[in-house]
Design a protein around this ligand. Structure first.
Ligand code: TRP
Length: 335
C-alpha cells in the first residue's frame, strides 16, 4: 500500500510517572502490529503532562524515556512517526481555535477532569480543564482515523468526535472523524494491592504496580506480595479479583487461556503461581529493558528520531492548521 491510502493512527503517552505493565500490555505492545498497514504517529505529550506539577529536570528525562520505550518496544522509527508534542506548535494553535468550539458544560462532564481535580485540589488549573481539547487537537491535526487508547480515554475520543463533527457541520469536511480503538477488556490490568482498582503508575504504594523498567528482583517481590484470597486453587472466578488479575497478566505474556493456566497450576498453590507469573513477566520485559538501557545511553540517536519525527509531524499538522485558519476567517500571514 502506498502512503497516500494508508489510514493514519495517532496516540500519545504522557511523560509523567513510571509506565506500568498495564500501559505496556494495554497500549505500546499492541502498536507494533499497525506499522505495516497504517501510517502511525506516536507523540510524547509533554504539554499534557504539565497540567499537573512536574519537576522540569524529571519531565525532560522522562520525555527521552518515553521515546526510548516506544523504540525499545519494537516500534520501527522508519515506519512510525515518533515525536514530542511541544516541538510542533500547531498543537497549541489548533487548541485555541477548538476551544471556541467546545462547550464549558462538555468539559465539566469529563470524568478524568473530575478525578484529577479531586486528587489535585490545590491546583485545579485551566489547563487541566482544557486537557481534552488539546487531546482533540493532537488527533484532528493528523486526520487520524484510529486512536488506540485505554478504556479510560474513550470519553475524550467521544468529545473529539463531537467537536470535529460540530466544526465540520459549519465549515465542511475539514477533519476526519476518528475512532477509538481499545484492546479487549480482559487485558485490563489491575492494582496488585487492590485488585478492583486499575493499576496506576501514580499509585503511592509501589507494590501496587509493576513498572516496565523494574528489575527482575523487584518484579518477583511485587508479585510475591500481590493480594489474593483465602482459596488455594488457581482458577478464574467471580470474587477472586487478585487471582483473576494475575491470570490475565500471565495470559497476556504467555498467550495462554484461563483454562490452560488452571490446568498448568492444578494441585499447586498460590506461591508457585506467583513465582511463575513474576518470572514470566520479568523475562518477558527483559529485552525491552535492555534495549531501553542502551537507547538511553545514545541521546544523539534519540534526538535524531525526535528531529525527523517533528519534521514529518509539522508538515502534516501545518496543512490542517492552515485550512482551519482559512475556514474561520483569519487573514493569511503576508510573506
Ligand atoms: N490523554 C492520554 C492519556 O492520558 C494521552 C494522550 C494525549 C493521547 N493526547 C492523545 C492519547 C491523543 C491518544 C491520542 O493516556
Amino acid at each position: 500500500m502506498s502512503d497516500e491510502i494508508k489510514k493514519r493512527i495517532f496516540s500519545g503517552v504522557q511523560p509523567s510517572g513510571n509506565l506500568t505493565i498495564g500501559n505496556y500490555l494495554g497500549a505500546i505492545k499492541n502498536w507494533k502490529k499497525f506499522e505495516d498497514d497504517y501510517d502511525p504517529f506516536y507523540c510524547v505529550v509533554d504539554m499534557h503532562a504539565i497540567t499537573v506539577r512536574q519537576d522540569p529536570a524529571v519531565l525532560r528525562r522522562r520525555t527521552y524515556e518515553i521515546l526510548a520505550l516506544y523504540i525499545a518496544s519494537g516500534l520501527d522509527p522508519e515506519k512510525n512517526t515518533m515525536f514530542v508534542q511541544s516541538h510542533v506548535p500547531a498543537h497549541a494553535e489548533l487548541t485555541w481555535v477548538l476551544n471556541c468550539f467546545t462547550m464549558f458544560g462538555e468539559l465539566s462532564r469529563m470524568t478524568q477532569f473530575k478525578d484529577k481535580s479531586a486528587r489535585n485540589a490545590s491546583n485545579i488549573n485551566a489547563g487541566l480543564f482544557d486537557y481534552p481539547v488539546l487531546m482533540a487537537s493532537d488527533i484532528l491535526l493528523y486526520q487520524a482515523a484510529l486512536v488506540p487508547v485505554g478504556q479510560d480515554q474513550l470519553q475524550h475520543i467521544e468529545l473529539t468526535r463531537d467537536v470535529a463533527v460540530r466544526f465540520n457541520s459549519v465549515f465542511g469536511d475539514v477533519f476526519t472523524i476518528p475512532e477509538g480503538y481499545t484492546v479487549k477488556s480482559s487485558t485490563k490490568i489491575m492494582s496488585l494491592q487492590e485488585p478492583t482498582k486499575k493499576m496506576s503508575k501514580s499509585d503511592e504504594n509501589e507494590n501496587a504496580f509493576v513498572a516496565i523498567l523494574d528489575e527482575k528482583d523487584v518484579v518477583m517481590r511485587k508479585f510475591k506480595r500481590a493480594v489474593t484470597d483465602s482459596d488455594t486453587c488457581v482458577r478464574y472466578a467471580e470474587g477472586k479479583d487478585g487471582i483473576n488479575n494475575l491470570m490475565n497478566i500471565y495470559g497476556a505474556f504467555t498467550g495462554k487461556t484461563h483454562g490452560e493456566i488452571e490446568k498448568e497450576f492444578e494441585g499447586r498453590g498460590y506461591g508457585d503461581f506467583k513465582t511463575a507469573v513474576g518470572e514470566t513477566v520479568a523475562d518477558g520485559l527483559a529485552p525491552v529493558r535492555e534495549k531501553f538501557a542502551s537507547l538511553m545511553k545514545d541521546k544523539a540517536y534519540l534526538e535524531s528520531v525526535m528531529k525527523s519525527g517533528a519534521e514529518k509531524a509539522s508538515y502534516i499538522a501545518s496543512k490542517t492548521l492552515s485550512k482551519v485558519y482559512k475556514k474561520v476567517g483569519f487573514v493569511p500571514r503576508i510573506r
